[in-house]
Write a protein that binds this ligand. Structure first.
Ligand SMILES: [Zn+2]
Length: 388
């Protein structure tokens, strides 16, 4: 298939040209001559760009107000909810995700998507997220106490097929009784978690709100910090020197703040307190040159699956250029989470593509509703122009 006369847009391409899809991958990009038997579609100047990659989603959560409604779900119920959320995500133009774990259903969903049994984006998944006893996300996570148990918890996830390991360095907003500013894991536990993760060749992602948590995690050698809500100068310096990528998840507090009357009092109180500081923290990290990978925390309260592209707009509003924001949520996110051959228009990359009416650099909300989403060269949602 040849997609013709498109404005080709990626982190390193911005030109008018053609793109050839061969066996689900990008075969060639440039000024191409149609082959005699080739299907040709004229895009008439529409933007053709890589599908978005969301570095932080929760398919197990469906934007419910409280975690309680999810805790009591059976694995069968979770599997159905997760497959619906995966389909909504793909249809919205997100063709790759890092799924932050819950009960462990994600790993089954990932394999089902790979087999083509259910529609969904390419996934990396972690099994259960690791937290201290009673810590953030303990309802669905693996609780640990001490460095020996920390290693065992990592090994358990690896045994189940985890692509990366996630743990909670600080408390969280949506878990009652935990404090976002307090460092929950000890240095010994952090060192054990990171060392065991890297021993298996995986990357270590950690949930962090407070600055002390960010410093401890960076010093322990984590690869990504999620949220990074209260970063101070020292935390930002450490993230730079230790080459830690920030996944800001600006969508998460945005939706809670805008729906505060429906949030639980505990969640509302914590979020109002942190929203402004979260934005400021992100802006300072961008200014300092910290690597940013786009992620939404989709599934958290009022933060629904399929609204992921709004994160690009939030990142632009609070400090990234439009080009940098799109790069953060395509190429950088893919590289950060280990989704190979995604997020670019390189030859050989998966033909996971968005057809966008208009210029997303001028108006990033154009990303919210792609005219067509191609996944492995096949139409996943929307429509393509008729054949030439
Ligand atoms: Zn999250």
């Amino acid at each position: 298939m040849l997609l013709r006369d498109a404005r080709l847009l990626s982190s390193d391409v911005d030109r008018v040209g053609d793109l050839r899809v061969v066996d689900g991958r990008i075969g060639a990009v440039g000024d191409l001559t149609p082959r005699s038997d080739e299907r040709c579609l004229g895009l008439d100047g529409r933007t053709l760009m890589p599908g978005l990659v969301d570095a932080h989603v929760h398919f197990s959560l469906s934007a419910e107000t409280t975690i309680e409604s999810v805790v009591n779900m059976s694995d069968a119920e979770l599997a159905l909810a997760e497959s619906r959320n995966a389909r909504k995500t793909l249809e919205a133009g997100v063709t790759g995700v890092r799924a932050m774990g819950a009960a462990g259903v994600d790993l089954h969903l990932k394999r089902a998507v790979e087999r083509g049994d259910v529609p969904g984006p390419r996934m990396v998944a972690n099994g259960r997220s690791i937290t201290v006893t009673g810590g953030h996300g303990h309802h669905l996570g693996r609780e640990i106490d001490g460095p020996v148990d920390a290693r065992k918890a990592v090994r358990e996830q690896v045994k189940r097929g985890a692509d990366f390991i996630k743990f909670m360095t600080t408390g969280g907003v949506t878990t009652p009784g935990t404090d976002p500013d307090t460092v929950a894991l000890t240095d010994d536990e952090l060192d054990a978690l990171v060392d065991e993760t890297h021993r298996h060749g995986l990357h270590a992602a950690t949930h962090v709100h407070g600055a002390e948590g960010a410093k401890a995690a960076a010093l322990a050698g984590v690869d990504t910090i999620e949220h990074g809500t209260f970063l101070d100068e020292e935390a930002i310096e450490l993230m730079l020197s230790e080459e830690v990528t920030l996944v800001p998840t600006l969508s998460a507090p945005y939706y809670i703040v805008r729906n505060v009357e429906w949030a639980t009092p505990d969640t509302a109180r914590k979020t109002e307190h942190i929203y402004e500081r979260h934005i400021d923290s992100f802006a300072r990290a961008v200014e300092a040159g910290v690597t940013i990978a786009g992620g939404t925390d989709a599934g958290t309260p009022f933060n629904d699956h399929g609204a992921n592209a709004a994160e690009v707009t939030f990142m632009i509003e609070h400090g990234l250029s439009p080009r940098a924001a799109i790069e953060a949520m395509t190429e950088t996110a893919a590289r950060t989470v280990g989704l190979d051959d995604c997020g670019t228009l390189d030859e050989g990359a998966h033909a996971d593509l968005l057809v966008i009416q208009g210029d997303p650099l001028e108006d990033s909300t154009r990303l919210n509703a792609p005219e067509a989403v191609l996944f492995g060269g096949e139409l996943a949602s929307g429509y393509l122009p008729t054949e030439e």
